[in-house]
Write a protein that binds this ligand. Sequence first.
Ligand code: HEC
Ligand code: HEC
Length: 339
Amino acid sequence: MMKKLAIALGAVVVLVLGVAGGTFAWAKSRTSAQFSKKFEVHQVDFPIPFPLGEQELAQLRTERAGPPDADGGVADPLAGVDLEALAKERAIARGKHLVQSRYACTECHGENFGGGTMIDAPPIGTFKGKNLTAGQGGVVAKYTASDWDRMVRHGVKPDGTATVMPSMDYLEMSDRELSDVVSYLRSLPPVDNTVPEVVFGPVGTMLIATGQIRLTAETAPHQSPHAVEPPAENSPAFGKHLASVCVGCHNAEFSGGPIVGGDPSWPPALNLTPHADGLAGWTFDDFKRAMLEGKRKNGQDLRLPMSTMKTYAQHLTDAEFKAMWGYFQSLPAKPTQKK
Ligand code: HEC
Ligand code: HEC
């Protein structure tokens, strides 16, 4: 989230340093090498949508079980139920929730997924999020589960080359979550819109060459297996799973500090561990209020980029808030990172 701003400001830094001609030629050849390189990514497969799980089936049987008939026989409670349609309906609902509460694809692909803007600043480049609907100009009609895996969880396009789409927030996505997102996308009305290819400006070329625009393809593990399902909602692991989208700013230990690769005008991220610098003395309600209203415990407004999190937090369930809070409380108290 908010990588647009991060990249835009990195660009200013480079402009101040000045882009000398020779350097630029070097950057250009290095950048084109990065984008012609093919990445070896494992082949995965998963169903889209996921079928109903054992637990869901058991619950349906219990809900629908009728009394024995006159001869004492018991009818199959699932007879006549369209299990496939039900599985699809549930997958779409879960996918919608994931997109609205956590994954923020719409920031760059548009509210209707017909295409949007990641960066439109010619010196850096024009990076448009593609049309992910079934309409004209949509690019995912032929996508297999493996193509979705590579693009979203590895930052690698179906042809094996790197994309500028930042996938770091999605590395922890399980197969089922990705499948749910795809089911949701497939349920959306088609939008006719052809989105132009990514174009790099001179500054963007420099940023890629110097590693300030970090390509997920260069850093993601391409052979490690993914979890099939997310951790159970009531497990401590679920809180950690939810917090994986906060790491980019609050850091892997959640001790806060300056945001690496962020816009220099951003304040440091705050400490989310139970340390005196952090959330010591906070209650669950203080945490929830901070997330929903964008306010600190003392009532002060949270600034950009944290202020944008409200939009997503509104869609979190109470169980999700509790899991995240429980996870932050379980962390070792750490002082805020200074650098
Ligand atoms: C920060 C901006 C951003 C976010 C967030 C984002 N994307 Fe993208 N996405 C892009 C850009 C830019 C492209 C075009 C990339 C290219 O051509 O290299 C793209 C392209 C794609 C493509 C098409 C690649 C092709 O075959 O041409 C898919 C599929 C995709 N994104 C899926 C997703 C999904 C699913 C999410 C949410 C889980 C998401 N994106 C979130 C910026 C983003
Ligand atoms: C794009 C960067 C970014 C992301 C992603 C992000 N945060 Fe933050 N967060 C910040 C910044 C910066 C601040 C400090 C804002 C300020 O000082 O006004 C902050 C502040 C907070 C605070 C207030 C703490 C206090 O002491 O007042 C909480 C709580 C918080 N974040 C929770 C989260 C959670 C939970 C997530 C993930 C779901 C998350 N943040 C994701 C950047 C981010």
